[in-house]
Design a protein around this ligand. Structure first.
Ligand code: T46
Length: 134
């Protein structure tokens, strides 16, 4: 399945902690875009799409949330609850995010600029694309 959890090195000293993300070091792609999701209302579920080409790493830099991932054959739940772990998603993976804690800040670094044409927002079309590729 096109996902992987990546543990980041924490540079810590008596002042606190710092994590640096660098393309082709701990992020295996060109970093073209960074966005973050915060203030998510209780009970909200987001996502409901797959990407055709995008590679992304999602990190809960504060709080926690869950990802439901579906590659068309297998479904998996991933919990993100620490700033030193990122979820790399690449390839055709249907994703939904849910159970956002009130303090959740979900940071995402992405390999491409925002492009609505890269989204597949219909599950049946996603499944057809999976079958077409396999
Ligand atoms: C993803 C998951 C993890 C922009 O204008 N620029 C951007 O870079 C992004 C990401 C979004 N937008 C606009 C498009 C919508 O009007 O912001 C609004 C909310 O986006 P969306 O409904 O796609 O958000 P989510 O939380 O469903 O999905 C987002 C990303 O879009 C997506 O790539 O993998 O987070």
């Amino acid at each position: 399945m096109g996902h992987e959890l990546i543990n980041f090195d924490t540079k810590g000293d008596d002042r606190g902690s710092l994590i640096a993300l660098e393309e082709y070091y701990n992020a295996p792609f060109d970093i073209k875009r960074v966005y973050y999701i915060f203030g998510t209302k209780l009970g909200v579920r987001r996502g409901f799409h797959a990407h055709r080409n995008l590679k992304q790493i999602a990190i809960c830099v504060s709080g926690s949330c869950k990802f439901h991932l579906d590659d068309g054959n297998q479904k998996q739940e991933i919990i993100l609850d620490t700033p030193d772990r990122g979820l790399l998603i690449e390839g055709l993976i249907w994703r939904e995010m849910y159970d956002f804690s009130p303090n959740c800040v979900l940071l995402v670094i992405a390999s491409e600029y925002y492009d609505e044409k890269d989204y597949i927002r219909n599950y049946d079309i996603f499944k057809k694309n999976i079958n077409h590729d396999s």
